[in-house]
Design a protein around this ligand. Structure first.
Ligand code: UD1
Length: 336
């Protein structure tokens, strides 16, 4: 059985990916420092899969701890989620973002080099494209100057991996996620935002649950059909499955270059107002909202061209936006 290290494996996307890995028969080892996750997630993973992943509470910024981990555990591949991810905070604390997101990436790659193993999947973001000139966004769209230190850690992270692949003969895949939303069908795992949510869906569900008074929709003067910004919301379970497909591609040595990157979205754009309408339908509830000014740094529209990912990874999304929102709402209700 192949043993896969999942860093950040108790986080939102990480935990869903651990479940899919276990369901697919992989042996999973999780490293998580619990800085933005909770240890209960581990029990919930066990409840869903019936299997307990090996768990190490470890800070990947501490090089000696990383080394010690690999001294005692033999790994066949890494899915690297562990990173800070708040765009606004990254502007206030750029050095912490570089230390954590870049430092730990480099340490993991050094261990791979020193111990002669590879198969590395990197958690990247469509944020690398900024506002693309053409929609849907293909992998040929140019990478734009990052709007934030967070965005830059994804761009630089990809560059570092690519250079390490060339120098050390590694094989790696970066998955550029669009907007992950929703929760596992079991409603035992989901998104656990710390404090006031910055992302749309948790803010919507918390508003519906009465935790927030009303949703502010950031701008209705974008050049889109209804004036609100358009994004590609992908169900987190579909996204998790893309990781298994990417990992399998590397394990089967089917990759066409030693560093590859794929867009992982649904291919469908939805406006903020469409999301609100869809949520109101599935939750059978009116949502309090008001239109306010645009949020700084936001782009007009982003949605994926999924042609390459579906062909090369032999993967496609299975769930709709309604299903994603319904699961997000059930998850929210299970939290109170
Ligand atoms: C954001 C990050 C992106 C990151 C992604 C992870 C920014 C600028 N970008 O993407 O780098 O990879 O999260 O999921 O933060 N909206 C509202 N009201 C709200 C919250 C959001 O109207 O209270 C709107 C936003 O203006 C946007 C859409 O909803 O049009 C989606 O927002 P969000 O969930 O924050 O995702 P992104 O901004 O696309």
């Amino acid at each position: 059985m192949k043993k896969i290290l999942v860093t950040g494996g108790l986080g939102f996307i990480g935990s869903h990916t651990v479940v899919e890995l276990q369901n697919a028969g992989f042996d999973v080892v999780i490293i998580d420092d619990l800085s933005n996750s909770s240890i209960e997630v581990l029990d919930n993973i066990v409840e869903i899969t019936g299997k307990k992943p090996d768990f190490h509470q470890l800070d990947l910024r501490i090089k000696s701890d990383v080394k010690e981990f690999f001294n005692t555990t033999k790994i066949d591949g890494i899915i690297h989620f562990a990173a800070f991810k708040a765009v606004g905070e990254s502007v206030q604390k750029p050095l912490e973002y570089y230390e954590n997101n870049i430092g730990s990436l480099v340490y993991l790659l050094q261990e791979m080099r020193d111990r002669n193993f590879d198969n590395f999947i990197f958690s990247s973001s469509c944020t690398v494209y900024g506002q693309a000139d053409e929609l849907p966004i293909t992998e040929n769209a140019p990478v734009k100057t990052a709007e934030s230190p967070y965005g830059n850690t994804k761009q630089v992270g990809e560059e570092i991996i690519k250079e390490a692949c060339n120098a050390h003969n590694f094989n790696a895949i970066a998955l550029r996620y669009f907007n992950p939303v929703g929760a596992h069908d079991s409603i035992k795992i989901g998104e656990l935002p710390l404090g006031v949510p910055q992302n749309l869906i948790p803010f919507v569900t918390q508003t519906a649950a009465g935790i927030r008074e009303e949703l502010s929709i950031f701008g209705d003067d974008y050049p889109t059909e209804d004036g609100t910004a358009v994004r590609d919301y992908i169900h987190v379970v579909d996204l998790a499955k893309a990781h298994i497909a990417a990992l399998q591609r590397l394990l089967d040595k089917k990759n066409k270059a030693n560093f590859e990157f794929f867009n992982v979205g649904t291919g469908k754009g939805s406006s903020v107002l469409e999301v609100v309408k869809s949520f109101e339908k599935v939750a059978d509830k009116k949502l309090n909202y008001k239109i306010v000014g645009r949020r700084e740094g936001d782009i007009t529209a982003a949605y994926a061209d999924t042609t390459l990912a579906s062909k090369e990874l032999n993967w496609k999304t299975e769930k709709t936006l309604d299903e994603a929102l319904e699961s997000a709402w059930k998850w929210q209700q299970s939290q109170s």
